[in-house]
Design a protein. Structure first.
Length: 292
C-alpha cells in the first residue's frame, strides 16, 4: 500500500477508532485520576482532526496539474504535514508542563481501571497505526498522521506500564514521569517533520551534492559549463532542477533534444531528479558560477 492507495475507507476506520478511544480514555482518565489516560485522550482527540486534515490533503494532492497549479497540488499534503506536526508539538508541550505539575502535586490513581482502559487504547491505536504504516514510508502527510498514531500507541504502552507500578507499589509518580519521557521522544520526531516540511515549503535544496551534479552533466561530450542552477522539491518524492548549460559552438540546435534526453535520464538515475529544465547557451554565462 502506498500513499495513493490510502483510501477514504481506511481514513474513516482510523478516525472512528480514534473517536472511540478518545471517549473511552476521557471517561477512564476522569474516574481513575490518571494523567496518562487524559493526555492520551487529548492526543486522540487531536488525532481525529489530523486524520481529517490528512485525508482532505491526500484527495487534493491527487488532482492533476491545471492552469492554476501548473506543478499540481502535491504541496497540499506538505501543508497538512506541517499543520499536523505543529499541533502535535503544541499538545505535547502542554502535557509535559501538566506532567511536571502532577509530579509536584500527586493525585490518587485507580491503577486497575487505568490498566483496563490503557489496554483498550493500546489495541485500537495499534490497529490505526498498522492501517497507515505502509503509506508513511514515502509521504510526509501520512507520516505526520502515522506519528500521531504512534504517539498514542506509545502513550498507551506507557500508561499500561505505569498502571502496573501503581497497582503493585502505588507509585503514582510513574504516570506523569512516563508521560514526560514519551513526550520528549515525540517532540524529536515531530520537529523532524516540521523542519522537513519547512524546507520543502521554502524551496530549499534537497540533500544533493551540486558539484557532483555538475560533474555528471559535464561528462556529456557537448557540454562546456553548467551555471545558474536551481534545485528544489515539490514534495518529498519530486525533485526539480533548472539550469543553464553552455554547449560547444559546433553543436547545432538539432542535437539539443538528444543532449536533453541524456542529461534528463542521467540526473534521474543518479540523483532521483524527476523534472529537469535546461536552457542551452554558447557564450552567455561562461563567467558565472554554478548557482549564480
Amino acid at each position: 500500500m502506498d500513499h495513493e492507495k490510502v483510501t477514504g475507507k481506511r481514513f474513516f476506520y482510523v478516525t472512528a477508532l480514534n473517536v472511540i478511544i478518545t471517549i473511552t480514555e476521557f471517561i477512564g482518565g476522569f474516574f481513575s485520576g490518571s494523567l496518562g489516560l487524559i493526555s492520551d485522550a487529548f492526543h486522540n482527540l487531536e488525532d481525529s482532526l489530523s486524520i481529517v486534515i490528512s485525508f482532505v490533503a491526500n484527495v487534493i494532492g491527487q488532482k492533476k496539474n491545471d492552469v492554476q497549479k501548473t506543478f499540481g497540488y502535491k504541496r497540499a499534503e506538505i501543508l497538512a504535514a506541517f499543520v499536523n506536526s505543529i499541533i502535535l508539538v503544541v499538545i505535547t508541550v502542554i502535557m509535559v508542563f501538566e506532567s511536571f505539575r502532577r509530579l509536584s502535586q500527586p493525585q490518587e490513581i485507580n491503577g486497575r481501571l487505568m490498566m483496563i482502559v490503557s489496554i483498550i487504547g493500546l489495541l485500537a491505536n495499534f490497529i490505526s497505526m498498522w492501517i497507515l504504516f505502509a503509506g508513511s514510508k514515502d509521504n510526509l502527510n501520512i507520516k505526520a498522521t502515522f506519528l500521531h498514531m504512534l504517539s498514542d500507541t506509545l502513550s498507551s504502552v506507557g500508561v499500561f506500564v505505569a498502571s502496573i507500578f501503581v497497582i503493585l507499589f502505588n507509585w503514582i509518580w510513574v504516570d506523569p514521569l512516563i508521560t514526560i519521557v514519551i513526550a520528549l521522544w515525540l517532540l524529536k520526531e515531530a520537529f523532524s517533520v516540521v523542519f522537513e516540511t519547512i524546507n520543502i515549503l521554502m524551496e530549499a535544496s534537497p540533500k544533493i551534492d551540486l558539484d557532483a551534479v555538475q560533474e555528471a552533466i559535464l561528462t556529456v561530450p557537448e557540454m562546456v559549463k553548467v551555471h545558474h542552477v536551481h534545485v528544489w522539491m515539490i514534495d518529498e518524492n519530486h525533485i526539480m532542477l533548472d539550469a543553464h548549460i553552455n554547449v560547444k559552438k559546433t553543436c547545432n540546435v538539432s542535437q539539443l533534444d538528444s543532449i536533453y534526453d541524456v542529461v534528463d535520464k542521467m540526473l534521474n538515475d543518479k540523483f532521483h531528479i524527476t523534472h529537469v529544465t535546461l536552457q542551452a547557451e554558447c557564450s552567455r554565462g561562461l563567467d558565472n558560477s554554478l548557482i549564480d
